[in-house]
Design a protein around this ligand. Structure first.
Ligand SMILES: Nc1ncnc2c1ncn2[C@@H]1O[C@H](COP(=O)(O)OP(=O)(O)OP(=O)(O)O)[C@@H](O)[C@H]1O
Ligand SMILES: [Mg+2]
Length: 198
């Protein structure tokens, strides 16, 4: 952690890491996604979870698609983040093989279902989070909207059991992380190469 780091430095790091992951070829992306899935499918947090929030990969993010498919095969429920305009944060909508999707204001697909089916983060057993950069202490940098941070604010409570696992390409690791009071640290970070247990 660098306490003297300015927001500009954070933005620069965000830009660099986004650029690096976008430059991965599609065959590297597939290989990373498969290796990530092998690693995660053997993890207790996955095996013990029934309600799992994931995401649809965007902007070079490592793709959880193989994890999602295996979760469906095992009869687990998958959820995807939906933007709750009202709270300016994320809720989680059920996602099934035949779910219809619709585009949100950021051009990201979401399950096209009624808000009454949306659940809060604390009702998930496991949340798989995309990220732009991470460090070995479990600190996470996202796309800069604060959406995950606001949605996970309740998960800081000690009685909360929701597991938070960040998914990333190894190239997203940094020792230059800028940490803010509202950032929610992760329990585990999984990459194509290894697991960081925090
Ligand atoms: N719990 C919170 N309550 C109110 N505002 C928050 C909260 N968490 C984050 N924010 C706001 O969101 C903004 C962006 O936060 P940050 O730079 O940490 O985003 P990020 O972690 O990269 O994005 P994301 O959480 O969407 O992945 C901050 O400027 C902060 O003011
Ligand atoms: Mg943050």
């Amino acid at each position: 952690m660098s306490t003297s780091t300015t927001p500009t430095t954070a933005n620069l790091l965000r830009q660099q890491k986004r650029e690096q992951r976008r430059q991965l070829s599609s065959s590297q992306q597939i290989q990373h996604a498969k290796r990530l899935a092998e690693r995660l499918l053997n993890h207790n947090a996955f095996n013990h979870s029934q309600r799992i929030a994931a995401y649809l990969a965007n902007d070079g993010e490592i793709d959880p698609v193989y994890i999602i498919e295996q979760a469906w095969n095992l009869g687990k429920q998958i959820y995807l983040p939906v933007l709750s305009a009202h709270e300016n944060s994320l809720l989680f909508a059920p996602y099934e093989k035949d779910s219809l999707l619709c585009r949100n204001q950021f051009g990201i697909d979401e399950p096209d279902c009624l808000p009454e089916h949306w659940l809060k983060a604390e009702h998930m057993d496991l949340i798989l989070l995309p990220l732009v950069a991470f460090d070995e202490k479990g600190n996470r940098m996202g796309m800069g909207g604060g959406f995950y941070d606001r949605s996970l604010a309740n998960i800081r409570r000690p009685q909360q059991l929701t597991q938070l696992i960040g998914l990333a390409h190894e190239i997203q690791k940094t020792d230059q992380m800028v940490i803010q009071s509202w950032d929610i640290p992760l329990h585990v970070i999984a990459t194509e190469d290894r697991l960081y247990q925090i």
